[in-house]
Design a protein around this ligand. Structure first.
Ligand SMILES: [Cu+2]
Length: 324
């Protein structure tokens, strides 16, 4: 259990919460907020690493029908899995494909999508996708295949529509528990004409209720608190950075994303090619998502974090390290 007087270092963050360059390789003991004593989560033991999944897009397998249409297929399985969400803190997660968040499913507008879902968990689950599809493919108990019992499987099939940034999650009750235990992921439908070449990143905002009081003790992007403080996300000055940002946080009404030293163009749900805002902070309810685009004008380290300071201090913060 995590005590509410959490074990990591607030003062360090206050003293060193600014972007600066030339820090060298020692990212563990340079005074940034982190777990006490520089302790680390065992990513290998978890079987997934936030530094890899930030750029991991799962395009599935494709084949072409006689009509010329592309069918894109994935296999997802639900599995119960204990993961380490803070040093020494084990959390009984429910996962898609053994990771939290689940794979970032990516496809092109207009393709036919087929997702085989196998429930290898001890609890009933579904996959509910956001997007446009028939009711029977909605992944909700009582509709179509409904709730998928342990050991059972189903296939969700629908058109990739509309272009934009969407998400998927389990829709079995109690819903908050099924989402918060880890059954959530990003779902990207690229526009038919594509998007401008960019350094693309996926950031799924989540958190963990480690003592089952229906409030989070830990906050993060891509599951592991402080992961991108320990090892910043590497980007290059002048490159177009495109972030696919999804809020899956349970138990708190809102979440937010704030970027230091820059502003970004914001495309809510990624459905329009015209940004709604040029800003440095956006606020999202659960299920809200958007695409952020910007270029770093200066080298060095730039923080990004929730602009709810409580979330920041409980783990939802990171660095971009800009080279060149
Ligand atoms: Cu579920």
């Amino acid at each position: 259990m995590i005590p509410h007087s959490h074990p990591w270092d607030h003062e360090a963050q206050a003293a060193d919460g600014h972007a600066h360059a030339g820090h060298g390789a020692d990212t563990l003991h340079d005074g940034h907020a982190n777990f006490a004593g520089g302790a680390m989560v065992d990513h290998r033991g978890n079987g997934f690493d936030p530094h890899e999944l930030v750029r991991d897009f799962d395009w599935g397998r494709t084949r072409r029908l006689a009509s010329g249409r592309v069918v894109r297929e994935w296999e997802l399985y639900a599995a119960d899995k204990e993961i380490e969400v803070a040093p020494g803190i084990r959390f009984a997660a429910w996962t898609y494909n053994g990771r939290v968040p689940g794979p970032t499913l990516r496809c092109r507008e207009g393709e036919l999508l087929r997702i085989r879902f196998v429930n290898a968990s001890e609890h009933p689950h579904t996959i509910h996708f956001h997007g446009i599809h028939p009711a029977a493919m909605d992944g909700v108990p009582g509709l179509g295949a409904g709730q998928i019992e342990p050991g059972q499987e189903t296939v969700y099939e629908f058109d990739a529509l509309p272009a934009g940034l969407h998400l998927y999650h389990c829709h079995v009750r109690p819903l908050a528990e099924h989402i918060a235990k880890g059954l959530h992921g990003a779902f990207i439908v690229d526009p038919a004409e594509g998007r401008e070449e960019a350094d693309e990143l996926v950031l799924v905002m989540n958190g963990f209720d480690t003592n089952f009081d229906r409030a989070n003790e830990l906050y993060a992007v891509n599951t592991i608190p402080f992961a991108y403080m320990n090892a910043p996300i590497q980007v290059r000055r002048g490159d177009l950075v495109r972030v696919y940002l999804v809020n899956m946080l349970e138990y708190d009404l809102v979440n937010s994303f704030h970027l230091h030293g820059n502003l970004f163009h914001y495309f809510p749900t990624g459905t329009s090619r015209t940004p709604s805002e040029f800003t440095d902070t956006v606020m999202l309810c659960q299920g809200q998502r958007g695409i952020l685009e910007w270029r770093f004008a200066h080298p060095g380290r730039f923080m990004f974090h929730a602009h709810q300071s409580e979330f920041t201090e409980l783990g939802w913060q990171g660095f971009f390290e800009v080279s060149g």
